[in-house]
Ligand binder design. Sequence first.
Ligand SMILES: Nc1ncnc2c1ncn2[C@@H]1O[C@H](COP(=O)(O)OP(=O)(O)OP(=O)(O)O)[C@@H](O)[C@H]1O
Length: 312
Amino acid sequence: MIEVDRLTVTYGSTTVVKDASFSCRPGTVTGFLGPNGAGKSTTMRVLCGLTRATSGTATVNGMRYGQLRNPAREIGVLLDPTTQHSGRTGRENLTVSARMMGVTKERVEDMLELVGLGGAPAARRVGEYSLGMRQRLGLAHALLGEPNILVLDEPVNGLDPEGIHWMRGLLREFADGGGIVLLSSHLLREVDAVADSLVLIQRGEIIAKGNKTDLLTATGTVVRAVDQAQLSAVLSAAGIPATRTEDHAFIADAQAETVGRAAAEAGVVLLELRSADSGGLEEMFLAMTRDTSNDDTSNDDATNDAVREPQS
Ligand SMILES: Nc1ncnc2c1ncn2[C@@H]1O[C@H](COP(=O)(O)OP(=O)(O)OP(=O)(O)O)[C@@H](O)[C@H]1O
């Protein structure tokens, strides 16, 4: 199991992960989604013992990373493929790690073959590798100790479409065999094809989590008013979480009747009121990406403050 429990990470006066909790179970691929700077890497770094938690915990099979006797045998990590030793060949990089883990040379060769770096590429210096090849080597490294958990930070960056397809298949197979995969991305469609579960993080806060199918089919209500600022204030006052969509409607986390009544009681004239259907999560994700990328320029309303984790 991976368990992140009320994790908070603060750098100086800036809190980059705030009271985050989620877990990943055997047999699942969890997509860890959020825009740039949301706190994905920081959360993963705590899980892998590279960053200290200010409060809360992140554990692997019930223990902090530092408490694991031979961590690479329990958790395979790919955080930054550019940190591999560029003066060594791919094979040498894996061989050095294999010695430290107590893994055989055969396993090194098997992993090189598995990730498509067998033969000539294995004998090339990593400094000559493309980013895609480094990602493949990073995955081989993560798998070397035969762990049952993989933590991968944006692993498809630099892979071509065939490589992305290949990696998805490999991760799916790993999870289907009882493994746990935590996979970060800033693109919903990148993890949509392989994940069973999703955890959405924005500005360090987990704003949605759960089974992917449930999240994608979560209803919610699309609502649009003549006066959107007035509607935003009404939703906020009624305690209804809402996110503004790309086309300037709101997705409210409540039934249409509840939203309609709140608007009617406040005398807000509605132009649209309907179930969000499966577009809800996609819209929410687009909105949170836009909100974050506009951080420096936008203070147009308090909509984002109303975003909450959906009730399950
Ligand atoms: N060592 C550090 N000192 C200060 N701030 C940091 C440090 N590491 C990360 N941050 C800040 O923490 C925030 C979260 O960063 P993090 O790398 O976890 O985000 P992310 O979701 O992984 O985004 P990206 O995909 O861009 O890496 C960012 O604002 C980042 O600038």
